[in-house]
Design a protein around this ligand. Structure first.
Ligand SMILES: *Cc1c(COP(=O)(O)O)cnc(C)c1O
Ligand SMILES: [Zn+2]
Length: 385
């Protein structure tokens, strides 16, 4: 059973009823945080019990928002492999390098985790019709989970989004709207249509639960490392859902007493042609300014702004991490190297993390005995269309 208590605004601490439909904090436009009764769970639940449960994100159900198991929608998301990358580690002079490989998720990316949880909770709260603006993969994931649950979905996608994403949305029977612009225009159109038609907007962080699904990556990482987190996590950052979700998961695990206070340094990787978060980190800005004319071959991180900018900047800074940019050329080389040297078919976004690692190793920022985890957020097969 879920130990969800309420939702709170991380900016002003305003509390919201989690059993009503909620979006963002009205006062500060901030995403809302799900809070759980961790004190009670600390005495009732032990981590070994969770480790023995059947695989998938739902084995963490006490720490997820869905109350009635009947509402869980699942296609086998989560519990992806942590794969060692010994040859590239040696090349870089590192003792241990791992790839958390999200490619085997339904629809081939980690977007499945967030959608499985957010859609399940939305249906539990009585919602039936959904809209999402997407660079591609979030739309594909929402479309397939919605069809699994027999729900209507409307997907707004840039007209130049990868063909594979357009096909997967159509194949799932969702209503695909191609937008003559970028993800920000798709977002504005989706918002207008949502208001006009009473559809629920599943944009990340504009509803509170996609981040809850993605935080399971942090739980899995802690478990895989024997509850002793690695020193460095490198993450290809678009909306920042995974980064913020993992940071939240570590707080929850520490409150439960399952890990100590040591935290990985979070490295946010963005493309040189679209690096609003890296720029804000480097200039010590409080907010992320929208990036003009974003360009990169890695569509999943071609995100000109981030709605949860304050949360992303806070997580990276608290962790002692930093931002790093990589060129499209460096991403391509890294993608080939992962396939040829380690047998890992990474997506371009995932490959960007290796390109980023190479840059920070060259700057002397990584210790040779740091345990480093690269997030491969999807399968390279999605790049072949
Ligand atoms: C959406 C996406 C990202 C960015 O994820 P965030 O958690 O929103 O930053 C990275 N890689 C791929 C493949 C994606 O689809
Ligand atoms: Zn607030």
């Amino acid at each position: 059973m879920s130990a969800l208590i309420d939702l709170a605004c991380p900016e002003c601490d305003q509390v919201y009823d989690a059993d009503q439909i909620q979006t963002i904090c009205e006062g500060c436009d901030s995403p809302l945080w799900a809070r759980y009764d961790l004190e009670r769970l600390a005495s009732e639940l032990d981590r070994e019990r969770i480790s023995r449960r059947p695989k998938g994100v739902w084995r963490w159900h006490e720490l997820l928002p869905v109350r009635d198991p009947a509402y869980r929608i699942t296609l086998g998301e989560g519990d992806t492999s942590l794969i060692s990358a010994p040859r590239i580690a040696e090349e870089l002079g590192l003792k241990s390098l791992f790839v958390k490989d999200e490619g085997p998720n339904p629809t081939g990316t980690f977007k499945a985790r967030g959608m499985a949880v957010a859609l399940s909770r939305a249906v539990e709260l009585g919602l039936r019709e959904f809209v999402i603006p997407t660079a591609g993969n979030a739309g594909g994931a929402l479309a397939i989970y919605a069809s699994r649950a027999g729900l209507e979905t409307h997907v707004f996608m840039p007209v130049d989004a990868p063909t594979v994403n357009q096909i997967e949305v159509r194949m799932s029977g969702a209503d695909l709207r191609l937008v003559d612009g970028l993800i920000d225009l798709a977002g504005r159109q989706a918002t207008t249509e949502a208001q006009a038609n009473g559809w629920f907007n599943m944009t990340t962080f504009k509803e509170p639960y996609r981040v809850e699904g993605k935080k399971t990556m942090g739980f899995e990482l802690a478990e895989a490392f024997g509850w002793d987190l690695p020193e460095v996590i490198i993450y290809p950052t678009g909306g920042g859902t995974g980064l913020v979700g993992m940071w939240k998961s570590f707080d929850e695990l520490e409150t439960l007493g399952w890990i100590d206070g040591r935290r990985p340094r979070l490295i946010s990787v963005q493309a040189k042609g679209c690096a609003p978060i890296v720029k804000a980190l480097e200039t010590e800005a409080d907010r992320v300014a929208p990036w003009e004319n974003p360009t990169t071959i890695a569509h999943g991180i071609r995100t000109p702004g981030a709605y949860a900018d304050r949360l992303i900047l806070k997580a990276v800074r608290e962790s002692g991490g930093l931002g790093v940019t990589v060129t499209d050329e460096q991403i391509r080389v890294a993608q080939t190297d992962l396939a040829q040297q380690e047998g890992i078919m990474a997506c371009l976004e995932g490959a960007a993390t290796l390109a980023g690692l190479r840059r920070i190793v060259a700057n002397g920022w990584i210790n040779s005995d740091d345990r480093v985890v690269l997030f491969n957020t999807g399968t390279g097969l999605k790049d072949l269309s």
